[in-house]
Design a protein around this ligand. Sequence first.
Ligand SMILES: [Zn+2]
Length: 389
Amino acid sequence: MWRFFVILKPESKRGTTLHNRTRFLGRTLAAAGTVAALGLALAVPASADTPSTVEQDVAQLTQDVNDLYAGLPASALKNVDPLIESPIPQTGRQSRAAQGPIPGCTEGSLLTYANNLASKLTPLENEAMGVLSGLSSLYTQGVATDKTPQVFGTDGQYTPRATATIAKLRGFWDIESWNVQLVAWKGTDLGSQAKMAQTFSLGLAPARVQAAAALATKVLYEVPALQGGRNPLLTLNAFSAPADSLGGKRVALGDGLLDVVNTLGFDDVSVESVVGHEYGHQVDFAHDNYPRNESSEMGPDAYGGYFVAHAKGDAWDARAQQEATYLDASIGDCFHSHGTPDQRKAAGAWGEKQATSQGNPNRIVPSATMIANFQKEYPKLMPPAAAQG
Ligand SMILES: [Zn+2]
């Protein structure tokens, strides 16, 4: 039956094969002894006939996801803060790197590693990666909920640490915390047509939702580089979202980020440092603190450092504290975006020192005080060259 649909498509461009196939059809119909079959076949909608190419599928999916983002409420992505500039330009997400690179700055090792992974993709793979990464981040932000058990890491290996960390953070900082969700950002969610339909429903015309969801899962498996959702580039990030954004207050932790941080040797501090940083954005959100400079990223580095070093936080020893500052440095960039490696390292170390040098190790500085203290310190943490750059 499949051949019937192919050759009867009126706008078929397969002119060279049409003749032979028509002859084939003619014989088949004659054998079937019915003209009714022809009418039946002609009634099949055009979309059900010619198999599309991978290129066509990716192009259509890009259109669908762009339209989805365009259909979101205006405040959906406002102040939603990713941990790093994604090495793959995510469909629907804006880059903050507005200026050229800072002279003399070397980007962090995690960014170098991620950019190297991305550079090996073909243009088609790159587009598919960006569009599906944008789609999965929107699922994580707008559909996923921690009311269902969250699984962190590709094999759930980080779930206990993530669960313990968010519980500790909720008790640590004096902000409204019960409704800050911690959700897993998983590329494998792209394989669920039901989850993708929920995601497209956030902004795409209802009549297009099911086809778009089916196409997303189709592309996930027809581009082998995507590894069925397990390529770390799909989820190589984490983000924090404020109350009035789509999905409300939440921290999302990407499986791909945890994979790559592990590869780079920071596994034993990854979950606590990253969730501690992202929760630091919640501290800023709670106080309406939205600085328009690198302190918007360095502040959460500092609050996270304070948390992991503090007796009532993770109470890490000097060795682990140092490792955490190197992880901070590894995600530094050179684009006046999220802070340079040196700046981020300095901010994390400053936060740790606030914990280890205070008279009463069990006292937790009120979050408003911590913000004010950091804003006072921040100009000193800017290396002179970078401050002028
Ligand atoms: Zn951040």
